[in-house]
Design a protein around this ligand. Sequence first.
Ligand code: MBD
Ligand code: FE
Length: 308
Amino acid sequence: MTTTESQSVSDAVTAGSHATDIARSGAATFRTAGGGADEARVATVVGAALEGIRSAIREHKVTYEEFDAFKRWLISVSDTGEWPLFLDVYLEFEVEKVAAETQDGSVGTILGPFWLDGQAQLDSPATLPMRDDEPGTPMILAGQVTATDGTPLAGAKVDIWHTDDEGWYSGFAAKPPAGNLRGVVTCDDQGRYEIHTRRPAPYTIPLDGPTGQMTLAAGWSPWRPAHIHLLVTAPGHRTLTTQLFFTGDPYLGHDVASADKPELTLDPQPTGNGDEVRSDRDFVLEAEGDRIQDSTPIGQRSSTSEAQ
Ligand code: MBD
Ligand code: FE
């Protein structure tokens, strides 16, 4: 099944099956070289994870009815392809926090399940692919990519994706056309970029799938604040995975994916051109290899030259 012929299936399955295909292919190889399988590490981490679940069973006197419901729920996460969604919403932020302890450069946050490879390659200033009548407030995002010592990174790339004004991602919902509001923008020779797009809307995870159903069953909010996803890359530098949010968003601080951070909030201002708004945001990338052997958390190092 492709995502474009899926009007008849649920939102959960439309988003989930494609995200599962991508996760299975390991397309997000910019991030890691893959996990190790050292026996002691498996025993420690898997053992601790299992013990967390066993202790919940003991402490809260989980019944056979609940255990069977849990089995059915897990099977449904597989059937709907929601493993990437569930894992990225409820666990990725903790993995990102661990990674961030030893990272320098701009503040990052989680990747999430909706990045796509092979999108439109554009030169700055760029307008993202969009429909003729693309709804929403016109927005410019602009800035400069530098190294931690302030050197502009000529030819850096800003890979950007976000929802439309109704909260739908192209490639994962039936409505927006393929490639809508996605692109990879090459910066100029001063590392500067300028991207013309539409302001995204807050997003709820699919409510008809097991992740959304579990969220609602617990009485938790299924919403993410409106956000723009970015991967900022430059040769010889660690790829920055981040998101940008908006001042005043009612879901800030209540993100179902726990991925919003105060450092990542934009406050777009009117440009005077109709209802268009603009935000400026610079990105700092750390050189690759710089820190790989140093597992000391950034805040605990003796060096005084850390970037923001
Ligand atoms: C999203 O749009 C998202 O960014 C994450 C992390 C999880 C679910 C939906
Ligand atoms: Fe998202």
